[in-house]
Design a protein around this ligand. Structure first.
Ligand code: ATP
Ligand code: MG
Length: 330
């Protein structure tokens, strides 16, 4: 049977790339009846500097956003990563099987490390913790954006190395790439980069909490090019194609359809169409999240309620790893 495991970092308000690329996909998998585990990756958040009080707020905000988007804790296991100490334990075992060269080579590490004076080791080990997160629950499938594919390859390699060293313990987790345009939304200010929570320019991303006015403004200011027609050519026209992608996600359409509808519109006119589509798609989720946000006790309860069942679910993988790993103590 399939077991789908995925996590999101509580590092600030989600942007539409996170929403369409991760959260809404999870909700759709849940609707399809998948065996789904979703965790709030607070240990991952610590790879960059976090204020403890702010981190707790961010956990509540992410919980609100997940629930508002339709994650149903009675059908999916929603839990807080740090409540299951086994993540850190398995991470250590895997760390000893990973190589510095492999990890230091990963583009996301290089990008983030380049911006720092002192690079925390946790940032380097990030993909190893990700591997632990999914292997712990014997995940067979991991929904990933294109930005995470290489990290999942690290996990597969660790499965092989573990097997070689200690014996078989974990299934190889398969990536589930989405078939819509959500693979990688791009920065609105520099469409050669991905849209990212950690980008220093707030106009580069649209947040789940942005008002209709702010959505309109950010789309209006989005960098495009000097060709007036609307086309979908991600490699040669990344800016306009990014708007088409956002439009497709907001209305569940294909690029061909929205490009045909936009026939004859200038980029400026098309931006208004995209903004309106996005406002319709995000409005209800934003309102539900806002209501939930006013109920921190309920959110704490929902984020904590199923940590016990998460702990129980890592039993099978642990038992196998224990038989295999050093001195039966995994
Ligand atoms: P950071 O810059 O801090 O890494 P992020 O924006 O990359 O933040 P993550 O918390 O790393 O956000 O990723 C959460 C989920 O959102 C992951 O599943 C990731 O694949 C997805 N995701 C992140 N950025 C995008 C994007 N631009 N387009 C589509 N999906 C994305
Ligand atoms: Mg990221």
């Amino acid at each position: 049977p399939r077991r789908v495991v995925t996590g999101l970092q509580p590092t600030g308000t989600l942007h539409i790339g996170n929403y369409f690329g991760a959260v809404r996909r999870c909700v759709r998998l849940q609707e399809q009846g998948e065996d789904l585990m979703i965790f709030i990756a607070d240990l991952h958040a610590l790879t960059t500097h976090q204020d403890p009080a702010q981190l707790q707020e961010n956990v509540l905000e992410l919980t609100a956003c997940l629930l508002a988007s339709g994650v149903d804790p009675s059908r999916s296991v929603l839990f807080l990563q740090s409540a299951v100490a086994r993540h850190a334990e398995l991470c250590w075992l895997l760390t000893c099987l990973a190589t510095h060269a492999r990890l230091a080579h990963l583009p996301q590490y290089k990008e983030k490390a380049a911006r720092m004076k002192e690079v925390p080791l946790g940032l380097l080990l990030y993909p190893v913790l990700q591997a632990a997160d999914v292997l712990l629950y014997s995940a067979t499938h991991v929904p990933v954006g294109a930005d995470q594919l290489q990290h999942l390859q690290v996990a597969s390699q660790l499965v092989r190395t573990f097997k070689h060293r200690y014996g078989p313990a974990f299934p190889t987790p398969e990536p589930m790439l989405s078939d819509d345009c959500s693979e990688r939304l791009r920065s609105l200010r520099d469409p050669t980069k991905k849209m990212s929570k950690s980008d220093s320019d707030p106009k580069s991303r649209i947040l789940m909490t942005d008002s209709d006015e702010v959505i309109e403004l950010k789309i209006r200011k989005a960098v495009t090019d000097f060709t007036p027609q609307v086309t979908y050519e991600p490699s040669t026209r990344p800016g306009v194609s990014n708007l088409v992608a956002i439009h497709c996600l907001a209305e569940d359409k294909l690029p061909e359809e929205v490009v045909e509808e936009a026939d004859g519109l200038s980029t400026a006119q098309y931006k208004r169409v995209v903004a309106a589509a996005l406002q319709r798609a995000l409005g209800p989720v934003r309102e539900r999240a806002r209501e939930l946000r006013a109920r921190p006790d309920l959110l704490r309860d929902r984020a904590g309620a199923r940590c016990g069942s998460a702990r129980a679910s890592c039993g099978a993988a642990r038992a196998t790893a224990r038989r295999a790993a050093p001195r039966g103590r995994a």
